[in-house]
Design a protein around this ligand. Sequence first.
Ligand code: ADP
Ligand code: MG
Length: 217
Amino acid sequence: MLEIAEAWKSYPTAEGAVAVLNGASLGLAAGESLALTGESGSGKSTLLHLAGGLDRPDRGEITVGGTALSTLGDAGLAALRRDRIGIVFQQFNLIPSLSVAANLSFQARLAGRHDPEWWRHLASGLGLEGLLHRYPDELSGGQQQRVAIGRALAGRPGLILADEPTGNLDEATGAAVLALMLALVAETGAALLMVTHSERLAARLDRRLHLRAGRLA
Ligand code: ADP
Ligand code: MG
């Protein structure tokens, strides 16, 4: 579902280019879950952004569901993200002007994949039924995180990318949210790539890779 082949990425800074990824490679099959660990600043979010087509590598190729991202223009990348990828951002990125209900269905509706039955299942599975008419600023961090997970899963994408999805939660809440997310991902048969700094949480996924010096092992 996802293949990253020798991805290189550096960022320009005032002191010159900073190399972040130096030939990072991974493969992730449908239905498989992979934990990505690495120190702060090691490039985990950068790698996730490349996998999600939010940014492009300097060199190397990223393939999602058989489509090489280098063959797509910006509009093609946006359509691929909309139709095939669900992203759970570290800072949630909920739409403040939309209710929980609308945040949960917005992306799936855009993709023409709003399924009311699956939507209700997600809302109840994530314990959001009593919160559907609230707005993001009326939710706790844990509640916002559950909405962000529901939104990523609403269109049943083949690939879920999650950037420290439990990083803002206390240990017990984080473990509970991860369990919910893993159960729902398993139901959709999606591939999951999840960044975490927690060894305990990483151990709950099928595989794990560590990012060090810009490479994965
Ligand atoms: P992680 O998610 O593992 O903490 P990041 O991928 O966010 O790491 O960042 C990796 C490195 O790249 C860091 O040194 C960070 O400062 C740098 N970096 C990330 N994004 C940018 C950017 N847009 N411009 C310049 N440097 C960046
Ligand atoms: Mg990060």
